[in-house]
Design a protein around this ligand. Structure first.
Ligand SMILES: C[S@@+](CC[C@H](N)C(=O)[O-])C[C@H]1O[C@@H](n2cnc3c(N)ncnc32)[C@H](O)[C@@H]1O
Length: 338
């Protein structure tokens, strides 16, 4: 029989163990979490609560609304959520291997300190529009609002004095539309519209990930092609063209390991219901890739865009079948050379 002192000691030990597990377990990957959950009842209960929270919000509280996972296939071997590290905007990582993120615990997530601010072209580049509407197009608008074509737009940047709620920072405040991540047996996870629908022209989300050099992009692409059994790669190369048709800039974004909900957008051969736009913030070197609604999109519709040209096939790469289901479907997913 445990006497009173021993009982108190035991209770304190259980509390310590439980506090420790609540701090450490949210950092674990799904497989490590599953392995830990069979150690004891305390670990099992905490792991279960973490899994439930992970399913309820892919964004770890970093966006305006939670974005839940939904997998209606209840067979034992299907995933209940996708595991990756969440960032709300593209970034350059100082030391990618040190980036750890707690997910599913009680505290709120934070962006990691291993993320570097995006490099500036010019430190003095920025508007002085305090209290003015930088997004106005009647001539009183500020100089940061200098380009608005179907493919490229410009916004105020880090050195502007207008403040974060300025109308010309539409894509810098993260995702504000309601979304759900839904599992499809053939395409994997896909991003769907939530209850409120989306209006034509509305900002949906950035395609956030790690900005890479071309050399690093090619190195990773080779690894992703070789290791196909892992979850699908989300490596995107965007080329900006001059009016002459010549490519003048390429942006490489890898959202495979670190990204936001943009990484769940599947391909559609008819071009999909999203338009991709390169957004330049005043003074920042690298533009970000952002998605806007190409038309009104109703509740539960899947969000899609075109991954590129199916005919420009990556060297030595076997094409994956496409299941976009549109009348224009070419049967294969695009896989351009990086
Ligand atoms: C950027 S990820 C999109 C999210 C992905 N479905 C997932 O589960 O994480 C790209 C991968 O999704 C799958 N995918 C995207 N569009 C598809 C389509 N139309 N048909 C079949 N698979 C598709 C392919 O495996 C592709 O390599």
């Amino acid at each position: 029989m445990l006497n009173d002192v021993n009982l108190k000691k035991k209770k304190r030990e259980i509390e310590y163990l439980s506090d420790w597990a609540s701090l450490v377990l949210p950092y674990l990957s799904p497989s490590s979490l599953a392995a830990t959950s069979i150690v004891c009842k305390i670990f099992h209960d905490i792991s279960t609560s973490i899994t439930v929270k992970r399913i309820s919000d892919a964004t770890r509280g970093l966006e305006k609304h939670p974005i839940p996972f939904r997998n209606n296939n209840t067979s034992r071997n299907t995933q209940s959520y996708s595991y990756f590290l969440y960032i709300s905007s593209s970034c350059i990582l100082r030391s990618p291997h040190c980036f750890r993120q707690s997910w599913g615990g009680d505290g709120l997530s934070e962006q990691s300190s291993s993320i570097s601010p995006l490099p500036l072209i010019d430190n003095s580049c920025g508007c002085k529009c305090i209290g003015k509407n930088c997004s106005s197009i009647d001539g009183s608008g500020c100089s940061c609002n200098w380009v608005r074509t179907p493919d490229v737009m410009s916004e105020c940047g880090p050195k502007c004095q207008c403040g974060f709620d300025c109308g010309n920072r539409l894509t810098q405040r993260g995702v504000s539309v309601e979304l759900t991540i839904v599992m499809d047996e053939r395409k994997g996870w896909g991003l769907h519209v939530g209850k409120t629908g989306i209006r034509k022209g509305e900002f949906v989300c950035e395609y956030a990930g790690e900005f890479l050099t071309t050399q690093e992009t090619r190195r990773r692409q080779k690894i992703y092609d070789d290791v196909k059994k892992c979850s699908p790669a989300a490596l995107l190369v965007v080329r900006e063209h001059l009016p002459s048709g010549e490519a003048c800039l390429r942006v490489n974004i890898d959202a495979t390991r670190i990204g936001n909900v943009g990484r769940f957008i599947n391909h559609s051969c008819d071009g999909g219901n999203l338009i991709s736009v390169l957004v330049r913030s005043c003074g920042v070197v690298v533009p970000r890739l952002c998605f806007f609604a190409a038309r009104d999109i109703s509740e539960a519709e899947e969000l899609t865009f075109s991954y590129g040209d199916v005919r420009s096939r990556r060297h030595g790469e076997s094409l994956k079948p496409c299941f976009c289901g549109t009348p224009d479907c070419l049967g294969m997913l695009p896989s351009e050379d990086t």
